[in-house]
Design a protein around this ligand. Sequence first.
Ligand SMILES: [Zn+2]
Length: 250
Amino acid sequence: MEARQFKPYFIVIGLMVLTSLLLAYTVDVHMTGEAGIQVALPEHITEWTGKEVRYCQNPKHQGTYLAQDIPDRDACPDCGHELYMMSIDERRILPSDTAILKKYYEHPAGQAVTASIVLSGADRSSIHRPQLCLTGQGQEIVREWTHTVDLDGRGPLKVVVLDMLRRGRMQDGREFEHEFYYAYWFVGKGRETHSHVMRMFWMGFDRIVFNVSHRWAYISVSGSRDSKTGEYVGEIDNFIQAMYPEMALR
Ligand SMILES: [Zn+2]
């Protein structure tokens, strides 16, 4: 591994030491409710139409639904349990004041993507490395790479793309493999990065230099992936280019 790859870690460690010293001698860091983006997923994004994803939190059922497809958006059509914006696992992991938005978008040409925005709450631990919760239970990361999305009127946006593979067994016993992707980046007030380490750096930097802690957002886009055609890369571009301007602060 090249030495420069270690550099951000040293900066983070340095900042952590500095932060603990400063915290010992100064007043509390000012927590702001400010986010760096418009926290909204509109129903229509250019040609894409979005439906809200609802989760049954009955531990024995855990069904997933699209709000528009069920009679009562707050009650599970199969078991009657309450429906929420996040899955049972997400609710278990995330602090209760974490805001989460998730929509399933369809394009008339047949593509579909799920977009989500997770906005950290007061304790700021809501956002962690996505790699941690995406693996396990027959799911693995085949490849992790950085992709650059060209955007109008500004420089390109860097996102991390995880090429994922899920292996499982169907009810009739046959095995299946499902290829999908998961692309993400982070946004803070006046900050944007695809790197988890850089996000940690900016959080520490803003705390120390400006004495503030903003609410960071973690934005993700996921969908099916055909490793033979690689067409999903164009789909990522198409969707993010449409979605990005919707999230810009006005
Ligand atoms: Zn249910």
